[in-house]
Design a protein around this ligand. Structure first.
Ligand code: FE
Length: 162
């Protein structure tokens, strides 16, 4: 069927608005923009495959088989991707889970949270506010002080002693 000129014009107009709609929807649902942003290839060059999987693909490392779950030294845990301080040994506690656990971040502005609906669960995902690196999850069964438990992957952290 051939469309008349007027119909074509209307069709084009509708198409235009549909495309604008997609563009706006695309932007609003798009991943948050972070101050530090790299392509997957750039991240892969600077991270181990485990670090990449956990921080950039929302992975989880095995409990008790990770670097910091039993680390009792004093120091600062920084994001393995961008170096932003995210947790402190001062807020680390024994959760018994086999993952490094903290009752608060080093600073509220250094970590962000999103709702994670993967694996048929609704959980609060925790990430670095500077580069978006997935760090772990946040639960509300932490110790009295805050009642929070930041369950963090060692592979998303780098420990700086002192
Ligand atoms: Fe980061």
């Amino acid at each position: 069927m051939r469309l008349s000129f007027t119909h074509k014009k209307i069709y084009m107009k509708q198409l235009f608005f549909v495309l604008i709609g997609f563009a706006l929807f695309g932007c609003s649902s798009d991943a948050q923009q972070f101050a530090v942003s790299k392509t997957p290839e750039e991240w892969k060059k600077m991270l181990t495959s485990e670090q990449y999987h956990i921080t950039r693909e929302q992975g989880t490392e095995p409990a008790f088989k990770n670097a910091y779950w039993d680390n009792h030294e004093k120091g600062t845990y920084v994001c393995v991707c961008c170096g932003q301080p995210v947790f402190s040994s001062a807020h680390k506690f024994e959760s018994g889970t086999g993952w490094p656990s903290f009752y608060q971040p080093i600073s509220a502005k250094n970590v962000g949270t999103t709702t994670d609906k993967s694996y048929s669960m609704v959980r609060t995902e925790v990430h670095c506010s500077r580069c978006g690196a997935h760090l772990g999850h946040l639960f509300d069964d932490g110790p009295n002080l805050t009642g929070l438990r930041y369950c963090i992957n060692s592979a998303s952290l780098k420990f700086n002693k002192g």
